[in-house]
Design a protein around this ligand. Structure first.
Ligand SMILES: [Zn+2]
Length: 174
């Protein structure tokens, strides 16, 4: 059985500036390595859909989602906190990044793939219910987990977070 590779071109358009450590280059680097290793052609390619508001509202306060949507800049960057910024594409990219996690869960639950890799930005495991944090606007991981629990009726979901700030953000939802 195959592995799904889920991404979207808008994820490359979210850009927090050339000096920011979380950059579109990260996704290019991942894809380059998958190609160089000869793995890329074996992956089942999928475009990330937008997460719906209902899917986001399982983990984020509706007011928070609305504030993010309303504050997308026409040009340049707006800072949500010291290290999390939005450009004109960031909200749409964030919807795709969260939607990727939802699609990944759906594909695995349908038995269409064995596992799924979401190559998306903005990243999503530090954001809280109503708070952007650590480069994250929405908590993609929590949105995916909530979808598995509430839509697919799973009883438990394990989240393996190997970031140095392990569990920050995501544990906000437990
Ligand atoms: Zn971190």
């Amino acid at each position: 059985m195959q592995t799904a590779y889920i991404n979207h071109p808008l994820c490359l358009k979210h850009d927090m500036g050339s000096n920011h450590p979380e950059s579109p280059l990260r996704l290019h680097a991942i894809e380059d390595q998958l190609i160089a290793a000869g793995i890329f052609d074996f992956l089942q390619q999928h475009q990330a859909p937008e997460a719906t508001l209902a899917q986001l509202h399982r983990v984020h306060e509706a007011d928070y989602v609305e504030i993010i949507a309303k504050n997308v800049p026409q040009q340049g960057l707006i800072y949500l906190d010291a290290d999390t910024a939005m450009n004109p594409f960031s909200y749409q990219a964030a919807l795709r990044a969260a939607g990727a996690a939802v699609l990944g869960v759906d594909l695995v639950m349908a038995g269409q793939v064995e596992n799924a890799f979401c190559s998306v930005r903005p990243p999503g495991h530090h954001a809280g219910r109503a708070q952007p944090m650590g480069f994250c606007i929405f908590n993609n991981v929590a949105v995916g987990a909530a979808h598995a629990l509430q839509h697919h009726g799973l009883q438990r979901v394990a989240i393996a977070d190997f970031d140095v700030h392990h569990g920050n953000g995501t544990e906000n939802f437990s």
